[in-house]
Design a protein around this ligand. Structure first.
Ligand code: GLU
Length: 340
């Protein structure tokens, strides 16, 4: 079950001089390439991540002071592979408290490798209609043509723009405004790494002006979870499907303490015969196995005795929903409905 203990407020590191005419904006720094550096200005792959703190990031973009009264918070200084459940809970709870007050918008700087996981988690656990924008960079701050500073400034513009309300969690990268619920990293190296192929983008940046394609809208059938008193979530592992997969990975995950498992199956969630048999046995015993796909997009629907179809969610987003649903004590049927 979810463990419940109150988390304290985090005090800001940076408070810039306030102007009454400008909106209040909070920047939460977690680490990643946007805060990365290297001794070589052409290095885009072997640099150190999370070397700049939130003060340095904010001071690196003096133009931020023209658009908002900025407060900076250092939530963590990590590679995004090390963004833990605790870091995500801290973010969600602090953002909910912050946006309930006079803060108009929030920007979160994050490593791009798992940015979509935090964006999806925050989509399910935040409750404000004010903008929450995740931003990263594909090139470290020291690179020629570093993308992080402009991405940060554009993210701040989106987070303080009146047309940005009621759109859920967003991402800003490479001049594009995406939905944090749907966006996925699709390219490992280039600045246009993030795509939303089926659902599309919310809009495009032209300089510092967001141009939205549609009136405010939210993803369909989004689950919401109150994590205000949560400090831990059940462990959910992801295993990978391929030709002739054995059930060994699944059993190893359970032996290591997983309370649910997501399978990145082939095609529309297909599995080898032995793995499918094991999934059926576990399903009959009430152990949740979500079947997603290793294919970049598409819908997975499976019979009730053969696990739980992930719907449109990719494996890494399925892991987050499954963990929150198990932690909330939902039945198999309720979990199945959440994924539909
Ligand atoms: N692996 C690092 C991270 O996700 C660097 C990738 C990036 O931020 O672009 O934090």
């Amino acid at each position: 079950m979810i463990k419940k203990v109150m988390l304290g407020m985090i005090l800001p590191l940076t408070v810039a001089t306030s102007s009454f005419a400008l909106p209040n904006l909070s920047i939460y720094a977690t680490g990643g390439t946007i805060a990365g550096s290297s001794s070589s200005n052409t290095d885009t792959s072997k640099y150190s991540v999370a070397t700049l703190n939130v003060d340095k990031l904010i001071n690196g973009v003096p133009e931020l002071q023209n658009i908002a009264n900025v407060k900076g918070y250092q939530i963590s200084s990590v590679d995004s592979n090390d963004v833990s459940t605790q870091i995500k809970l801290k973010l969600a709870n602090q953002i909910n408290q912050d946006l309930a007050g006079d803060t108009e918008g929030v920007v979160i700087t994050h490593g791009t490798d798992t940015l979509e996981e935090t964006a999806y988690f925050l989509s399910l656990t935040t409750f404000s209609n004010k903008p929450i924008v995740l931003v990263g960079a594909m090139r470290p701050s020291t690179a020629l043509s570093a993308d992080g500073y402009m991405n940060l400034l554009q993210a701040a513009s989106v987070a303080t723009h009146p047309q940005s309300k009621n759109r859920g969690v967003m991402t800003v990268m490479n001049d594009r405004i995406g939905s944090g619920y749907y966006i996925t990293k699709m390219q490992a190296n280039t600045p246009d790494a993030f795509r939303s192929e089926e659902s599309g983008y919310y809009g495009q940046m032209v300089g510092l002006d967001p141009h939205f394609y549609y009136t405010p809208q939210m993803p369909m059938n989004m689950s919401k979870f109150d994590v205000s008193k949560v400090t831990e979530l059940p462990k959910v592992e992801i295993i990978y499907g391929y030709q002739d997969t054995s059930p060994a990975q699944l059993d190893a995950a359970i032996a290591a303490g997983a309370r649910g498992v997501v399978i990145a199956g082939t095609g529309a969630g297909s599995l080898s015969k032995p793995l499918l048999e094991r999934v059926k046995q576990l399903t009959a015993k009430g152990f949740p196995v979500v079947r997603s796909t290793r294919v970049p997009s598409g819908y997975v629907d499976v019979s009730a005795d053969e696990g739980i179809g992930s719907g449109f969610l990719n494996p890494q987003k399925s892991r987050i929903l499954l963990s929150l649903a198990i932690g909330s004590g939902y039945s198999m049927e309720n979990i199945r409905q959440r994924f539909k």
